[in-house]
Ligand binder design. Sequence first.
Ligand code: ADP
Ligand code: MG
Ligand code: MG
Ligand code: MG
Length: 418
Amino acid sequence: TGGADYRPMTESTLAPYLAGFSEVAAILDGVPQDWKVTEVGDGNLNLVFIVRGPKGALIVKQALPYVRLVGDAWPLPLDRSFFESQALITEDAAAPGLVPKVVLFDAMQALVVMEFLTPHIIMRKGLIDGVEFPRFAATLSEFMAQSLFKTSDLYLPAAEKKKQMAVFCANTELCRITEDLVFTDPYRAAKLNHWTSPQLDDIALELRADGPLKAAAQAMKLKFLCHAEALVHGDLHSGSIMATSTDVRVIDPEFAFFGPMGFDVGALIGNLILAYLSQIGHEDEKGGRDGYRAWILKQMVDVWTLFSARFVELWSTEGKGDAFTAELFADAASRAALAEEQARYMRALFEDTLGFAGCKMIRRILGLAHVADFESIADKDVRASGERRALRLGRDLVVNRARFANIDAVAAAVVAAD
Ligand code: ADP
Ligand code: MG
Ligand code: MG
Ligand code: MG
């Protein structure tokens, strides 16, 4: 990806470049001179343009050869746009209609042309503004159940799964970012770390000296490194979800690789908890967001409950992969034993989910990349009070993940932490 002619596009060079692709011109209509291009990227890594023609509009996402958040001192391979387009295509096949449709992947310019989602907003922004998205839990549970199940050994023949794994195995440098920024840097004095200071100086120091937490976080890192269970999105936070009151979509799977399923479910749940604990900074008067807090908490419970039920249902009705060979479970007694094994599997996935959720929460407060939920709180004392609660709860989720009986116990811990 990224040929000799690669160059970062600008609002003026993009339209003439795209004119060469008939599938793009067919959707936009008219001539390139009529196409209106605006750069809208708000992410950490890439250029994102909206291109509007007389008839339709498209999104163009182009990889930059460095981390946008940090600058050109931190190079990053362009082939992540290949992995993003491949993941979008695989996810759309597993869970139709829940990601933007890919119109074109151009390896030379490391860019993906895709469906423009409108009037969708980034869910994280909605969570800060107190917006409810009625389709959230149903859509994300379906997305995760389908995309994880259908790329796992429970569904795919072994040879097919290995073929897909081989493709995504090369996404090593984006995995490396997660390995460092999520699992390691928050627990050592890394240069890029920052936090609300001086308010959180004591707890940042305390967690860096917390042996049980560091050991548990490294156990989660080992799972991330070697549990190639399914094609995970790899960055499934509320900033990778775009929604309206009637539609919810998942975007931005450039971190996709074959990893532990709980990494996606945990990213989602951890970010919902961050949204909950940040409400203290977004209410006009004390308790002003109580109704919204309850909505967020219900989403967390519903998304796990719906996801786990759907996953087991898919396993029971479409489990034709090489794991749990179907013909072994033809009789009633064997089927009952299979159901017990499925329950054990879901319990392990639940514990992984909590461990990854806790790691994700901690890294967003002590590590390099923070979340707008907290960053947008101007009063540093208020911000730090929510962040401190998130750090304590995050630690509890990582270290004591085996002690939470069920998702309701997690919800109770969130309420108690707030
Ligand atoms: P990054 O990998 O740099 O984080 P994203 O894929 O998250 O990039 O996109 C950055 C922003 O561009 C999103 O937050 C959203 O505002 C906008 N965006 C991305 N994809 C689409 C899309 N398909 N439709 C509408 N807006 C989009
Ligand atoms: Mg993004
Ligand atoms: Mg973004
Ligand atoms: Mg991204």
